[in-house]
Ligand binder design. Structure first.
Ligand SMILES: Nc1ncnc2c1ncn2[C@@H]1O[C@H](COP(=O)(O)OP(=O)(O)OP(=O)(O)O)[C@@H](O)[C@H]1O
Length: 200
């Protein structure tokens, strides 16, 4: 796990400043500011439609705020920003190539980082996903829960310093939710900043 220098620690790992986003007449996010430090787990809590996903999309450059801005590890975010390579993201998933296996999908997604296979935390990520032999079966046969777990593996396999996970527990059974909480706690103890959303 990356160890932060004192200078890096002074900068929040995730920083939202006065984020606002409107879709038509609906104000989805309004003047939202917060910071998540390295070693913290922060939750965006709210009912359906509260603006959690819209916020996370702005944090990783998938949409542009109408006003305000976001930075990750001190770098302004935008689609394809270099800093996002170190960020584990689970938003708007699952989206996989159906005729490829789970493992081939992970490899394909990893290839976008232009780093050598395997990713640094692949083993832990796969243990947590718990897909077993299904990992080598085509994704078109997966249930929603299995796709959700593959998405989680995708977000966690890069051993991220920053994790942004939209409703990561969706589709998991209670034991898996417990394992996920423990794993996220462990990542935070090692210095990762974790932002999760939930309506529960
Ligand atoms: N691309 C879009 N176009 C139009 N409206 C949108 C778009 N994205 C979000 N919205 C609207 O913005 C509001 C906030 O949606 P958002 O998905 O951010 O909420 P949420 O808190 O993540 O909810 P959920 O738990 O249901 O995912 C909703 O009213 C939604 O309909």
């Amino acid at each position: 796990m990356h160890l932060f220098t004192p200078q890096e620690q002074a900068t929040p790992a995730i920083c939202a400043r006065e984020l606002s986003k409107r879709y038509g007449r609906r104000q989805s996010v309004s003047g939202l500011s917060f910071a998540v430090e390295a070693g913290q787990i922060c939750a965006l809590l709210g009912p359906n439609g509260a603006g959690k996903t819209s916020t996370m999309r702005m944090l990783v450059g998938l949409s542009s705020p109408d006003t305000g801005g976001a930075s990750i590890l001190g770098e302004p975010v935008g689609l394809g920003a270099d800093v996002l390579r170190g960020v584990g993201v689970l938003i708007d998933g699952p989206a996989f190539v159906p005729h490829l296996t789970g493992r081939a999908n992970l490899r394909l997604l990893w290839s976008a980082t232009r780093q050598a296979w395997p990713p640094p935390a692949l083993g832990n990520a796969l243990d947590l996903a718990g897909l077993g032999e299904a990992l080598d079966r085509k994704v078109k046969g997966y249930s929603m829960g299995m796709k959700q777990r593959l998405m989680l593996a995708q977000a966690l396999m890069r051993k991220p310093d920053v994790l942004i996970l939209d409703e990561p527990a969706n589709g998991l059974d209670p034991g898996e939710v417990r394992a996920l909480r423990e794993y996220l706690g462990e990542l935070a103890r090692r210095g990762a900043a974790v932002l999760v959303s939930s309506h529960q």
